[in-house]
Design a protein around this ligand. Structure first.
Ligand code: PXP
Length: 250
């Protein structure tokens, strides 16, 4: 299982003083050196953190950008120009603090099919993912719309404090992973994942990659980004090892 690191909030800090540091490009290289498989940037319509030049440079220099974006036409045009290694389509509202809820692919399969076709027509090297709730209907719709991946929104799992409800949500995620794999999709997960809640979710077999931002960037303020990334990867590897031991003992 791989770890993608969302570096949006390096840009938040940079923009707070209107300086050119800390640099998201520098952060991208540190995260990748520390073992991340990609860096994720969300180019928001309001450009509140990551900006056009950031994604262009990071994509060009690292070749490992996962560009998170809405299905807005202007943003799609920029993404088609850059053609990052991967694209993740998310819902986006102006007022939200972070991405709230998953994309409703089932509500407009035709529109999303048009988007996946446009990217595939430009290049077959990039993959395209839909950020959705853990829901079979959304997985079916994503498949029909031509997405290669779904990224399961783990916000509800992360935010749940009651243990029985958290366990139920984890079960819903587990069933969706199996279902999505069964219909030929690859599966990522992200949102609200941190150093405490990643272990249980990483015990589930079948994920390709976790995309984690806020908890890693927050920790990096005290430990440095390299240590923060390595520590998260260590927990993911611990869970993988525990699963492997369990499987070989049974
Ligand atoms: N994956 C997606 C699709 C997201 O929208 C976000 C938030 O930008 C993340 C992962 C990372 O979430 P967090 O910052 O809570 O780790």
């Amino acid at each position: 299982m791989k770890l993608g690191v969302n570096i949006d909030h390096i840009a938040t800090l940079r923009n707070a003083r209107g300086e050119d540091f800390p640099s998201p490009v520098h952060a991208a290289f540190v995260a990748l050196e520390a073992g991340a498989s990609n860096v994720t940037c969300h180019l928001r319509e309001d450009r509140r953190h990551i900006r056009d030049n950031d994604v262009k440079i990071i994509s060009e220099l690292t070749k490992r950008l996962n560009l998170e974006m809405s299905a807005d036409e202007k943003i799609i045009k920029i993404a088609l120009d850059i053609m990052p290694k991967s694209i993740t389509i998310v819902p986006e509202k102006r007022q939200e603090l972070t991405t709230e809820g998953g994309l409703d692919v089932a509500a407009d399969i035709k529109r999303y099919k048009g988007i996946t076709d446009a990217f595939k027509f430009k290049s077959s090297d990039s993959t395209i993912s839909a950020f959705v709730e853990p829901d079979f209907k959304q997985a079916d719709a994503a498949k029909e719309a031509g997405f290669d991946f779904i990224e399961i929104h783990t916000g509800r799992y992360a935010g749940e404090t009651l243990q029985d409800r958290k366990a139920k949500e984890l079960e819903r995620i587990h069933r969706t992973v199996n279902y999505a794999l069964g219909i030929g999709l690859k599966v990522n997960a992200g949102h609200g994942l941190d150093y405490k809640n990643i272990y249980d979710i990483a015990l589930i077999e079948g994920f390709y990659e976790f995309n984690i931002g806020f908890s890693i960037i927050s920790k990096s303020v005290f430990t440095g980004l390299e240590t923060a990334v390595r520590e998260m990867l260590g927990i993911i590897k611990d869970a993988e090892f525990a699963r492997f031991q369990h499987d070989t003992n049974n």
